[in-house]
Structures are given as structure tokens and as C-alpha cells.
Design a protein around this ligand. Structure first.
Ligand SMILES: [Zn+2]
Length: 111
């Protein structure tokens, strides 16, 4: 099994985190579905837009971004996935990094 940048995932704990990808997707899809239903409800029942549809849309986008951020993306380039017994600050001891954290890693560290 490989991470999203094509590196082999050796550590079992890291592999288990990546295997939960379906649950992350399901959670985000469920939240989007609820967001659409809330917007449809408001369009139908709040035609004067007292709730301010734009604010509601923005709130659901923020939730989606918050849920997207912590998804496993790459094996930690600093500890190689073992988390250094929880001491690796780059991955917070998890052995993997979300995309936004990985994207900020200097190119020379990515190999
Ligand atoms: Zn690490």
C-alpha cells in the first residue's frame, strides 16, 4: 500500500490511518449532503433570506475544509512513519501528514 505521493507505507499504524480514507470521504459526503438539504430547506422556507443563505453556505464550506485538512496524505518525511514514539513534531507522532502540511515540507526533504 502506498500513500498519495507514491511512497510505500510500512508502518501498520500509518497504514490503518490510510485505510480509513473511506470513512473520511463518507463523513465529508454526508456533511455536504446535509448542507444541500439545509440550503433547500432555507430556500423554500425562508424566502426573505433572514438566515442569510451566503452565511450558511460559507459555514458548510468551512466545515468541509476543516474535515479535509486532517486526511492522511503522505508518510511523514521526517520520522519515516514511525512517529518517533510520539516525539515527531512534524506529524504529531502519527507517522503521516495531511496534504497541507506535506506541501510545506522543503523539497529536499521529500527526496
Ligand atoms: Zn513524523
Amino acid at each position: 500500500m502506498k500513500d498519495k505521493v507514491g511512497r510505500e507505507i510500512i508502518n501498520k499504524k500509518v497504514r490503518d490511518a490510510f485505510l480509513q480514507e473511506y470513512e473520511w470521504e463518507w463523513t465529508r459526503d454526508t456533511m455536504k449532503d446535509r448542507g444541500f438539504k439545509v440550503m433547500e430547506f432555507l430556500k423554500k422556507n425562508d424566502p426573505a433570506d433572514w438566515a442569510c443563505l451566503n452565511d450558511v453556505v460559507c459555514a458548510f464550506r468551512n466545515i468541509d475544509n476543516a474535515l479535509a485538512f486532517p486526511e492522511p496524505y503522505a508518510v511523514c518525511v521526517y520520522c519515516g512513519g514511525d512517529g518517533c514514539d510520539g516525539d515527531c513534531k512534524a506529524c504529531r507522532g502519527q507517522g503521516w501528514m495531511p496534504k497541507e502540511v506535506y506541501d510545506r515540507v522543503p523539497a529536499e526533504m521529500k527526496g
